[in-house]
Design a protein around this ligand. Structure first.
Ligand code: B1M
Length: 212
């Protein structure tokens, strides 16, 4: 549908006013809110994620696109809620204990929302027990840990240990952040690792597909 394609392009370009207008036009034309999310907004954020992975765009452009999507979601969320439609997968995310950096974590959170995950953001300086409680409470398919300091990498390791020890069978753990590598992720027993926000969406989708 041309309007859905226009919406995808508007989100990818971070055009907030166009994104809202096209969402309103699609609703007025009788398009369901779920279709608008899945076939209009989510593909737009997927384009942004791919461009970011290829270094064609940078953090500011991603933030602008995510804000455009957020404005459209404000219109759609009440309609989705009243129709009882929820995202299929839930993710919990936070920056590990002792670490106050949240710009990267917020980007991942926005990109996961853009991929139609329900995201519970625990903020920064999150102790292992808080991740565990949130994963249990929200029956999370995915728990995301971010760390920006070499000094907080042990907190990431401890969080993975606590989550694994709890035996959450359908919850996968994904880690990332500037000092984190695939080798470290493997070493601490995480289920997945991503180096950037675009890859974090691909890895999240792979992990939940296995967990579900
Ligand atoms: Co801090 N800081 N900082 N800092 N800071 C770094 C990380 C540092 C490398 C700077 C430096 O020395 N060159 C250094 C760490 C050195 C090290 O550990 N080896 C450092 C330090 C030392 C500190 C303090 C200790 C400084 C001090 O007080 N002496 C202190 C620590 C406070 C604390 O956390 N307890 C501190 C404080 C701060 C500010 C508060 C001033 C501020 C944070 C503001 C905020 O986040 N709200 C800050 C900032 C801004 C930085 C730099 C400049 C930028 C970090 C950033 O936001 N990058 C950083 C130096 C740098 O990176 N150039 C630095 C942009 C962001 C989009 O990237 O977070 O890497 P990033 O996220 C990426 C990927 O890593 C990945 O995807 C994201 C998007 O591509 N990713 C994931 C991240 N999380 C992921 C999770 C995933 C998957 C992928 O799955 C779940």
């Amino acid at each position: 549908m041309p309007l859905l394609n226009d919406l995808t392009a508007a989100v990818a370009a971070g055009k907030r006013a166009d994104t809202v207008r096209l969402t309103q036009e699609l609703l007025a034309a009788g398009t369901g809110p779920q279709t608008i999310v899945e076939q209009g907004l989510v593909p737009g954020m997927a384009i942004v994620g791919d461009q970011f992975k290829r270094n064609e765009i940078f953090v500011p452009e991603m933030l602008v696109a995510a804000r455009a999507m957020k404005e459209a979601l404000k219109l759609l969320e009440p309609l989705l809620a009243s129709a009882g439609i929820k995202p299929k997968y839930t993710a919990v995310i936070g920056t590990v204990q002792g670490d106050l950096h949240d710009i990267g974590k917020n980007l991942i959170s926005m990109m996961w929302r853009g991929a139609n995950f329900a995201v519970v953001d625990l903020g920064t300086n999150v102790p292992p027990e808080k991740y565990l409680a949130a994963a249990q409470e929200h029956k999370a398919h995915l728990v995301g840990l971010s760390a920006l300091l070499t000094t907080t990498m042990p907190a990431m390791k401890e969080t993975v240990r606590v989550l694994k020890a709890a035996g959450l069978t359908h919850t996968k753990i994904m880690v990332g952040g500037a000092p984190i590598t695939q080798a470290f992720a493997d070493d601490i027993g995480a289920d997945g690792y991503a180096a950037d926000a675009g890859t974090a969406v691909d890895v999240a989708k792979q992990l939940v597909a296995v967990a579900a």
